[in-house]
Design a binder for this molecule. Structure first.
Ligand code: C2O
Ligand code: CU
Ligand code: CU
Length: 468
């Protein structure tokens, strides 16, 4: 169920890429690497999600694989994916977190026409940033992602840190019936106006996972992707001290999660370096206690092999990732905007006067469904302008707020400076709290800004920012 890369083949790969760099007389950090082309066909499929005692689960999958295939391209190398729609409803593919040309962003009715059943669309771009990204539909997201359409997009550094292996964990959350089928009642006014559709089963790469075998002393790079439609996760790694080296694909100062608890809202990613410091034969769980002790569960267990240590002492190679070419926000000349997140259920049934299909609003405006082209952009920014967005959550619920086409720098939480240099494309805003982010509006086009709880997005917590 996990993607593994033995150390040997990885070294071979690096050797090959070194040769390539020399041959093309580019500095090693600038080796473009080979282009990558693939086909993705979203269509119904059946996968053994829960185990042998249950029937296979009917899902929607890219090319029969759920989650979709792990796509890997080198930083700065061309990427192409031809998507053919095997569903009986419109779809698109959005490349979450990638700073790409607007026409490749996959938002139906905004950046491209929807891909009709049987139709196709060719996506092509060159990712400027290395990191852990992902792809998913941007049409009927609650249902299409809720039925399984999502996959990892890994953009590899020219010189990745030295590790023994790499694991990619696409984490999804499902509301399953007793016969392990997806509960088909996706929209609920209650879920929509509260925390969203939280499920009863969490999978790792499409399965309720078996324990993951580790060798004492080995170093793993763990790429975590929260691909759930609504579930927020607070992960604890018992017996381990994981080091966060990137958030939302963007390198950060290596640090341990505050309080040993890694908060990951829907759509957020974290790259961790995990040294296997446990004893041979021991077992250690990864648990999620975001919704409190009563609802805590074990996501997966690390099971140490009883054999000899891989090495005596942890590797002392640096875990710091090379920086990405992000434009630096000019705070002195920044344009500042407040975005108030409004609506949802408060104490009783009050939704602050929302009507129709809207349960949420940004500055009093609700864009619902897949978005409406008729609504004018909330903001228009001049190209190259630095923008500081103050996201003020006036609601009683958490919102992972996501901006397309750019990465932003986290400035403050409730007025206090965020330590270090942290970038992201999705920021989790707790109830009644405020977060300030800054970005250079250097990518022209109309870009979505929305909550990544799919129920919230569909019911109004969405808007468009124009860079002209
Ligand atoms: Cu991950 Cu607008 O999306
Ligand atoms: Cu996105
Ligand atoms: Cu939300």
């Amino acid at each position: 169920p996990t993607t593994r890369f033995p150390a040997l083949s990885r070294r071979d790969f690096l050797k090959t890429s070194g040769t390539l760099a020399a041959a093309t007389a580019l500095p090693p950090g600038k080796a473009p690497g080979p282009a990558f082309a693939t086909r993705l066909t979203p269509a119904p499929a059946r996968v053994p999600m829960v185990g042998d005692d249950f029937p296979a689960t009917a899902v929607w999958a890219y090319g029969g694989s759920m989650p979709g295939p792990v796509l890997r391209v080198r930083q700065g190398a061309p990427f192409q994916a031809v998507v053919r729609n095997g569903l009986d409803e419109d779809t698109t593919v959005h490349w979450h977190g990638v700073r790409l040309p607007n026409a490749m962003d996959g938002v139906p009715g905004l950046t491209q026409p929807p891909v009709r059943p049987g139709g196709s669309f060719s996506y092509a771009f060159t990712p400027p940033d290395a990191g852990t990204f992902w792809y998913h539909p941007h049409a009927d997201g609650l249902v299409q992602m809720g039925r399984g359409l999502a996959g990892a997009l890994i953009v590899e550094e020219a010189e990745p840190p030295q590790v023994d292996r790499e694991l990619v964990w696409v984490i999804q959350d499902w509301r399953l019936t007793r016969d392990a089928q997806i509960d088909p009642h996706f929209s609920s006014r209650m879920a929509e106006a509260m925390a969203g559709r939280i499920g009863n089963t969490v999978t790792l790469n499409g399965r309720v996972p078996d324990a993951i075998k580790v060798r004492a002393g080995e170093r793993t790079r763990l790429r975590l992707i929260n691909a759930a439609t609504a579930r927020i996760m607070a992960l604890r790694f018992a017996g381990h001290r994981p080091v966060i080296v990137a958030l939302d694909g963007q390198p950060c100062d290596p640090h341990e999660p505050a309080g040993g608890r890694l908060l990951l809202g829907p759509a957020m990613r974290a790259d961790l370096i995990l040294d296997a410091t446990g004893e041979p034969g021991s077992r250690h769980a990864v648990t999620d206690d975001f919704y409190g002790d009563e609802l805590a569960y074990s996501l997966v267990e690390f099971a140490y092999e009883s054999g000899p240590l891989l090495r005596e002492h942890a590797l002392d190679a640096s875990v710091r990732l090379p920086p990405n070419p992000l434009p630096t926000p000019e705070l002195a000349s920044a344009e500042r905007h407040v975005l108030a997140l409004q609506g949802g259920m408060m104490g009783g049934m009050d939704m602050m006067g929302m009507r129709g299909s809207a349960a949420w609003a940004i500055n009093g405006m609700s864009m619902t469904g897949d978005g409406r082209t008729g609504m004018s952009p909330l903001l228009t920014l001049a190209r190259g302008q630095t923008c500081v967005l103050s996201l003020r959550n006036e609601t009683a619920w958490w919102h992972p707020m996501h901006l397309h086409g750019h990465s932003f720098r986290l400035l403050t939480r409730n007025g206090a400076a965020v330590p270090g240099t942290v970038w992201g494309d999705t920021v989790l805003v707790p109830p009644r709290e405020a977060v300030e982010v800054a970005f250079v509006a250097d990518n022209p086009g109309d870009w979505m800004l929305h909550c990544h709880v799919m129920d919230h997005q569909a019911s109004g917590l969405m808007t468009v920012i124009r860079v002209a």
